[in-house]
Design a protein around this ligand. Sequence first.
Ligand code: ARG
Length: 578
Amino acid sequence: MACDSIEGWLKAGFESAFPGNDFSNVRALPATDAKFGDFQCNDALAAAKTLHMPPRKIAEAVFARLEAERPAFIAKLELAGPGFLNITVSPDWIAARLAALAADAHAGIPQTGAGQRVVIDYSSPNAAKQMHIGHIRSTVIGNAIDRIYRALGYEVIADNHLGDWGTQFGILIKGYRECLTQEERDNLTVANLEKCYVLSAAKAKEEDGAWKEACKAELVKLQQGDAGNLALWKRFIDISIGEFDRMYAKLGVKFDTYRGESYYNDTMPGVVAKLQEMGLAVESEGALVVNLEAEKLGVAIVRKSDGGYNYTTSDLACVKTRVEEYSPARIIYVTDARQQLHFRQWFSIAAKMGYSGVKLVHVPFGLMSYQGKAISTREGNLIKLDELLAEAVRRALEIVQKRTTTGDAPNPAADQATPAQLSLAEQIGYGAVKYSDLSHDPITDIDFSWDKALALEGNSGPYLQYAYARVCSLLDKAGNPDLSGASFACSEPVEKQLALQLLQFGPTVLRAAECYKPSVLADYLFQTAQLYSSFYQRSPILKSEPAVRDARLRLCALFGTVLSTGLRLLGIDTPSRI
Ligand code: ARG
């Protein structure tokens, strides 16, 4: 049984004890407690059902096979409790794995996505409005999933499904013509668009209804392809995208396409016709609906009684286009949890229509509050994303200036910051905003608090960035020696714990991808940083004799690589100096 993987050895053990059964899922998991060993295998418990045997009996049989063929790198195998197999590996094996990890161009991230395409639909704000703090979640979570899938080797198409069509454009066109000054029209910004929308929408509520009718007429003209209205609409969209891009540039977010809802206008009638043809959609009170009561998903309208299409029709047309054009293995949609029913409904319709080769995934996220208060226009805390990011930089700059200003000298004013300080403050400020979201399971409601986001201690972006910068400065202090010939420290318990944790990086990235939770990676990075900190406190590095010093330094350097690779997957920069 020549193998150097724990799982290969375990599988062979199970197969030889119970031939003819499928043990392809047998796993060596990190031990829950170091006193039980380094890894544990719980698959005897999992196999009890299929084998109709008590798990302990299964484990005993497997144990005997494993012991008989125990490779040199397995230092100890123990049988425990109801059927756990506890495994201790040799330090040499750990060091060899670490060397392989250090040499791997993918930092140990398995290339499970090679040759597969994934569309990720995220951020997707509505046009002609400024982005506000509510938009942070879809943007940041979606972008982390995007980066994680790319790291796994998937070909990712990041698509910004802008809300660029609908009744609001009638209101906007009328408002543009009559509520803005010539100067505002000449220098059109998203802020002006927002303003003319508010003014025009207010007038549309007036008693006589004349304004409302006029807005409707503009909308109909637009829908019928009137050149003037179409040109205006196009201009509104371009200006919106320009403004969104300014935010995305700050956040390090890039899209491959910006196909808004309007892109699918021409596809919708065909999709509805097909639904009718298949007998899936039926008339009901003038509308066309798909009955999903059997799945307890209610009834989904696919054509309104006025003949117009809706969000469901648009997503069905969109999936048709994406499947035909990209043949993706998955399409991932990142939106707030209030859209769950919408996605369940149309995923079910898509399945009935025969889109079964593509895995459709909705990643819903919870609400965000700001400093303990719900985000709402009425509360007056519907803060613009631009302002939030500016505030993040301002606060981070204070930290940076405090750290870089020596003695009791007062902080220089923000406008006296050097370009280097400013760029550092951006990296820290944006990193803090992102991490404060990504460290939570997407589905939970979160509260954004400046103190927590920018804390230098605890589970925060700045804490992890600082941990990285400390590794860099340690290596600097050591004179940045070439460590490629050194071994990896992993004999002391704190070293071994850190070493085993580093080996879990690739599997963790894969797990985060499979459950669509960047928080799995964030948790891992935080735990790793804590293990590093225990190791750093207990294992003297620079004062040790050369071989030990280099082996410890090499472990530090690998921690640095894992941490910065991981943070980059979360969209967070890792400055080497803070
Ligand atoms: N524009 C929508 C919103 O603001 C999100 C669109 C999500 N993508 C989709 N294909 N439905 O909530």
